[in-house]
Write a protein that binds this ligand. Structure first.
Ligand code: ADP
Ligand code: NA
Length: 341
């Protein structure tokens, strides 16, 4: 039987942080045994906001190395760089012809990010980015897309675009979709984790942890040193309630830090509730910092090994791109035919 397919990616903008890891990458690792998986370093998404051209290449390599360091196994998964497979941009153009402007205008991420840029100065790419993300997913006839909570709206859009294209152009049975006959495009489903879907900033407790937040203090990067992790946790925002608890709407920081502790320590929510209910922040913070360091140290060690072997990484990415191009080619041929080219 044909394995169901999983596709996801992270942008190589700045450092990969705990939100990317807990919301996305950590969950990819669990999927690679069951599904055919493609994990992309989405560099074409990294140019929608002003960026440093001298950093893009290094950030791309670092992100790839971190995927492997986090446990992505290239004997099971395909890992590749988006710009190495031109079909992403080509399919995006075709999909954009079936995307009403009004659908893109509804995207909250665009509204937030373009407001920061100044509405009229934001790039067209920032506006059409969800179309490229849709192409990333549909190109491979993906069944599932594991993402954090912030991407839910973009996946919903991808589903709507797929349905619209199927309706407009997919009037006959398509047989060559890698053994997945049926409609022109599969309708993808998001996979959003139970815990870790929305890791919050360490400094304000209200916004999500993000690469683009100006303060590095607001996030734990996967490659932060032990001292830096201790320092960031020591200084992170807390509250003055007694004891620690999950799910109190008045204590978003507390819920966030306990959730992070729960995942990195591998404990259950019940165990953490019991362990921490009478704790002070002064007792909990070193415990959390230690758990983070213990969880991230092996990832950092593997990262150092991988990054020291650029020829190996190049080979992995080149093989990944070949596999992706082969799969994407089937979709592109069907799409061109369906649209009358
Ligand atoms: P960022 O928003 O940090 O630039 P990306 O847009 O590259 O990150 O997102 C890569 C993946 O990481 C997506 O699946 C996204 O949902 C997830 N992600 C990003 N930030 C967080 C967060 N704070 N909590 C949980 N998941 C997140
Ligand atoms: Na994001």
């Amino acid at each position: 039987s044909v394995k169901k397919r999983v596709v996801s990616g992270v942008q190589p903008t700045g450092s990969i942080h705990l939100g990317n890891y807990l919301g996305a990458i950590k969950n990819w690792v669990a999927l690679q045994d069951t599904y055919e998986t493609l994990f992309i370093i989405v560099d074409c998404h990294a140019i929608t906001l002003p960026y440093d051209t001298h950093q893009l290449g290094k950030a791309t390599t670092d992100t790839a190395a971190l995927y492997l360091a986090c446990g992505i196994d290239v004997s099971k998964a395909s890992v590749f760089v988006q710009s190495h497979v031109p079909a992403h941009a080509q399919l995006m153009w075709l999909l954009s012809a079936s995307t009403p402007i009004g659908w893109l205008k509804k995207m909250t991420q665009f509204k937030e990010k373009s407001r920061k840029e100044g509405a009229e100065d934001a790039s067209v790419a920032l506006f059409t980015y969800p179309d490229l993300m849709t192409a990333d997913i549909l190109l491979y006839q993906s069944d599932f897309v594991p993402v954090g909570e912030d991407q839910k709206q973009h996946i919903e859009l991808a589903r709507e675009i797929a349905q619209r294209v199927n309706h407009l152009y997919g009037g006959r049975k398509w047989k060559k979709l890698g053994g997945r006959g049926g409609s022109l495009f599969k309708i993808p489903e998001p996979l959003i984790p139970q815990a870790g879907a929305r890791v919050m900033s360490l400094t304000d407790g209200l916004s999500k942890m993000s690469k683009s937040a100006p303060s590095d203090q607001s996030r734990i990067n996967l490659l932060d040193s032990k001292d830096l992790i201790v320092d960031k946790i020591k200084r992170c925002k807390t509250d003055s309630f007694a004891g620690l608890e999950f799910d109190n709407a008045e204590r978003p920081e507390c819920n966030n830090l306990l959730s992070v502790y729960q995942i990195v320590s591998g404990k259950t929510k019940e165990e953490v509730t019991e362990e921490c209910k009478d704790m002070s922040w002064g007792t909990f913070k070193p415990l959390l910092a230690d758990a983070l360091i213990e969880h991230l140290s092996p990832i950092q060690a593997r990262y150092q090994e991988i990054i020291a072997e650029p020829a190996y990484l190049d080979k992995v990415l080149s093989e990944g791109a070949d596999r992706a191009a082969e799969l994407g080619d089937v979709t592109m041929r069907n799409m061109h035919q369906a649209m009358g080219f």
